[in-house]
Design a protein around this ligand. Structure first.
Ligand SMILES: Cc1cc2nc3c(=O)[nH]c(=O)nc-3n(C[C@H](O)[C@H](O)[C@H](O)COP(=O)(O)OP(=O)(O)OC[C@H]3O[C@@H](n4cnc5c(N)ncnc54)[C@H](O)[C@@H]3O)c2cc1C
Length: 382
């Protein structure tokens, strides 16, 4: 049987997240974006209310919930404000490769820090010269006795300015391509680690995005994620199977917010003697938005529920992430269209949503990269 109904706990969690978005996120979203304010206190509040890092297992102090619960919450947080959702999700993203690839002892230290102490973390893979092509990263980690020495730089790292530690992908065997990569946990206060200035982004401006430089940064050898070197690439990619459903949920929440604004405005604004939504061209635009929101959510739920039951969800997560982020771009652009000239003004919320949508087609693997993944998955057995 396929059942699209949520259970009582899931409904309650969704309701809690929605109320949090109404009370604590929406009232500040415009200010955060306009002034590029990082919403640290509200992120901390969301953590304390049990709305963040839901996938950290109970034995490490976390809520021990599934990807399905996470996507329900993330849709609501992004409905509140997509920038907040991105900023708040950075830590969960950094925890994903720890959950999928770290040793028990490492999980007990680092996941517990997040779950019990509210530590913040960032996921640092992209470099100035390598984004989609992860195998082209140049950061190196060289073993010296009981330490690793890290050199290189990372780019576009979400939450970097506030992170207590980073998950860093580096090459331990530069000649072995993607097979020579390893993941490391690096505290932000290590000597030799420095941060760039906060980037001035097109949208989601409350989220902190920065470069990181590693200049002979020494870390204990036991901060190599996992038992041995070289599993870093596979682990970082497996982590995406857990995170992409959540980015799809963010996109769905953004789309829903844009659609709701457009629907309401179409009832308030009159042209040619009747409300906008009485014009079929506008009503069809709203209908298409709603269909795409439903489809985004269903793809998101499918990929999340596959992750929870242990079905390999690389393809379904790519469908969800690709479709929902492209839909968010289209829906928010159409919402601006429904508002006409007012939509182009920052006085109204749809312009901010349209700016916020763009990055969803870029980060966590761009829409082109998602198509490459889907293409690879559907042709691999031919
Ligand atoms: C706001 C923001 C936050 C981010 N947060 C993080 C983070 O927390 N951690 C992190 O590690 N990274 C982060 N990123 C980086 C992000 O994941 C990369 O920007 C993304 O993967 C694309 O890489 P790139 O920018 O180097 O573009 P490139 O890889 O140079 O690609 C440029 C364009 O070409 C397309 N393209 C590339 N290769 C192909 C191909 N083979 N076929 C077809 N098209 C192709 C891409 O889709 C893109 O449109 C963030 C980026 C932004 C903007």
């Amino acid at each position: 049987m396929v059942d699209f109904q949520l259970d009582e706990m899931q409904e309650m969690l969704r309701e809690l997240a929605h109320e949090f978005a109404v009370d604590e996120i929406r009232p500040h979203a415009e200010h955060w974006d306009e002034e590029s304010v990082y919403p640290k206190e509200v992120i901390q509040m969301a953590h304390e209310m049990g709305l963040l890092n839901l996938h950290i297992p109970e034995k490490y102090g976390g809520p021990g919930l599934g990807c399905m619960e996470e996507v329900l919450v993330n849709e609501e947080l992004a409905w509140g404000d997509p920038g907040f959702a991105t900023a708040a999700y950075a830590t969960a993203l950094a925890c994903a490769p720890i959950i999928t690839g770290a040793t028990e002892a490492q999980k007990d230290i680092w996941l517990r820090k997040v779950a019990e102490e509210g530590a913040l973390a960032s996921y640092a893979i992209t470099e100035p010269g390598a984004g989609s092509d992860v195998a082209a990263i140049k950061t190196t980690a060289v073993r010296e006795g009981d330490e690793y020495v890290i050199n290189g730089s990372k780019m576009w790292i979400t939450g970097a300015g506030y992170a207590d530690f980073f998950f860093v992908l580096a090459k331990t065997n530069p000649d072995a391509g993607y097979k020579g990569m390893s993941g490391f946990i690096v505290e932000s206060n290590r000597e030799g680690l420095s941060l760039g200035k906060k980037e001035t982004n097109m949208g989601q401006r409350c989220s902190d995005t920065r470069s990181i430089s590693f200049d002979n940064v020494r870390i204990p050898a036991n901060q190599l994620v996992g038992e041995s070197e070289s599993g870093g690439w596979m682990n970082a990619m497996s982590a995406f199977d857990l995170s992409r459903p959540n980015i799809a949920a963010h996109a769905t929440g953004l789309s829903r917010a844009a659609y709701e604004h457009a629907l309401q405005y179409s009832n308030e604004r009159q042209t040619f003697g009747k409300p906008l939504h009485h014009h079929q061209a506008i009503q069809f635009m709203l209908a298409d938005m709603k269909t795409d929101i439903e489809a985004s959510r269903m793809l998101t739920w499918k990929s999340a529920s596959e992750a929870d039951v242990g079905v390999k969800n690389t393809e379904s997560a790519a469908h969800a992430k690709r479709f929902a982020s492209d839909a968010a771009m289209k829906i928010s652009t159409d919402a601006v269209q429904v508002y006409g000239g007012y939509g182009y003004s920052e006085e109204y919320p749809v312009a901010r949503l349209m700016r916020a949508a763009k990055v969803m087609q870029i980060y966590e693997g761009s829409s082109q990269v998602q198509r490459m993944i889907i293409g690879r998955e559907i042709t691999k057995n031919l």
